[in-house]
Design a protein. Structure first.
Length: 47
């Protein structure tokens, strides 16, 4: 019979991102612009 690995997790570690990572992702998402032309998406960075 197959062993169920999800039945009893030994230890779950909580992963928290650094403040720099969060700032980078937020700034990137603010600068990203997606426009659609003839049903084709075009992505551009506004920097």
């Amino acid at each position: 019979m197959a062993k169920l690995y999800s039945a009893s997790p030994e230890k779950v570690t909580k992963m928290t991102p650094k403040k720099e990572t969060i700032d980078f992702l937020l700034n990137y998402s603010k600068a990203l612009k997606v426009e659609t032309y003839n049903k084709m998406p075009f992505e551009s960075i506004l920097n």
